[in-house]
Design a protein around this ligand. Structure first.
Ligand code: ADP
Length: 398
């Protein structure tokens, strides 16, 4: 089957066309600046990227441009849209309604709409993608794959906050967790790659990217994760603060004369590595260069990230009463040997030693702990698009 995977953001859209039999990517790219001006990046497998600047007032024009590029006579990956057998959409928030991926139906769309209050920036954009595809490719089955679904197996002790229970019962305030498609894919792949027993395995996945989260997975089921009601909780991230004392919000609001929206903007966009480094960058490569140049704020920001990872890993080892494997993934986890080394340095209590040579590798599946280590530490590149493609095929074929 040929599956079009779509990840619709508020002003951008990423796509991949995947042959599900071979799992090869036939073409991929993105639309940027939707509603502003518009830019399409299209890359057919084995070819160079093509960039087209063209107006994209809404997601409809953006998706139409993607479909035109995919079927372009000269550079298209397919001859006609009839070759697209199914469409898989990333959907950010499935609330408590979705514990797994779901076929798009009227009821499904209604349920996703009901979750929109929990992710007002993301779910409406995801739904636009679904609606536009129904319009432009009527009759092609569509599936929604939720960032939150994998974490729905968490027990109440992991998902309830220390707040009046009314907030959970009436407003559904609880930990949901995000990056679930990545945590699910990487934890399964870790079990295969490391030869663990799927029915008796304890895995910690450290998804460290622009947004970062860690999850604890027992026998393939998530038992805890660091992100919460929203993707703001947990580790320090590129521009997000992660955990802070909530009272800081009132204190800083008064000092800086900010309202709630202003404070949320600071916590989401001006904090994290970017904020801690005094504005140097949210990107690890820039921060590492600055730290080498003796920028103390950049050095502290890097130290805080590694320390946060260590503390959550330690907490999850305790929560699972042990661990078989610790896995790094996403932009930082896959590429940044320095962060991995800084974390593994403190895993001596688990009988782990770093294989320094293996840790030099980037972006490939590799074990980075020495063979005599009691717990395996590995890098496994994530592939959320492939995971969405697999779920889509599984539901469409049913
Ligand atoms: P997103 O959460 O946006 O999907 P990614 O998972 O792509 O983010 O991660 C992006 C981050 O990965 C960058 O901001 C950068 O900090 C980090 N990164 C990417 N490549 C490297 C590299 N070669 N070395 C260190 N860090 C890297």
């Amino acid at each position: 089957m040929k599956v079009l995977v779509i990840n619709c953001g508020s002003s951008s859209l990423k796509y991949q066309l995947i042959d599900s039999d071979t799992e090869d990517v036939l073409a991929k790219g993105l639309c940027e600046r939707i509603g502003i001006d518009g830019r399409l990046v299209y890359q057919k497998a084995g070819c160079d990227k093509e960039i087209t600047e063209a107006p994209m007032p809404t997601h409809k024009e953006a998706i139409q441009m993607v479909l035109d590029a995919l079927t372009n006579e000269k550079t298209g990956a397919i001859k006609s849209l009839d070759e697209v057998d199914a469409i898989g959409h990333r959907v950010v928030h499935g609330g408590e309604k979705f514990a797994s991926s779901a076929l798009v139906t009227d009821e499904m769309i209604k349920a996703v709409e009901e979750c929109s209050e929990l992710a007002p920036l993301h779910n409406p954009a995801n739904l636009i993608g679904i609606r536009v595809c129904s319009e432009l490719m009527p009759g092609v089955p569509q599936v929604g794959v939720f960032d939150t679904a994998f974490h729905q197996t968490m027990p109440p002790k992991a998902y309830l906050y220390g707040l009046p229970i009314k907030y959970y019962k009436d407003y559904k305030v609880r930990r949901y967790g995000f990056h679930g498609t990545s945590h699910s894919y990487v934890s399964k792949r870790a079990v295969e790659f490391l030869g663990l027993d799927p029915a008796n395995s304890k895995v910690i996945v450290c998804h460290l990217g622009n947004g970062s989260s860690i999850s604890a997975v027992v026998n393939g089921k998530c038992i805890d994760t660091t992100m919460g009601l929203t993707p703001l909780e947990g580790l320090v991230m590129g521009t997000r603060s992660g955990n802070i004392d909530p009272a800081i919000m009132e204190y800083v609001a008064k000092k800086e004369n900010l309202d709630l929206q202003g404070i949320m903007n600071v916590l989401n966009k001006k904090s994290g590595l970017l904020g801690m480094s005094g504005g140097v960058s949210s990107d690890m490569r820039d921060l590492e260069a600055a730290a080498e140049g003796d920028n103390k704020d950049a050095r502290n920001a890097l130290d805080v990230l590694a320390y946060d990872v260590l503390k959550f890993v330690g907490g999850y080892v305790a929560a699972m009463n042990g661990v078989d494997a610790i896995v790094f993934t996403a932009g930082i986890g896959e590429n940044d040997g320095k962060v991995r080394a800084a974390v593994v340095k403190n895993l001596g209590y688990l009988g782990v030693t770093l294989d320094k040579e293996a840790n030099k590798k980037r972006g490939e599946e590799v074990v980075i702990s020495t063979p005599d280590s009691k717990v395996k530490v590995a890098v496994i590149p994530t592939n959320e698009e492939l995971a969405i493609c697999r779920d889509t095929v599984a539901l469409v074929k049913k």
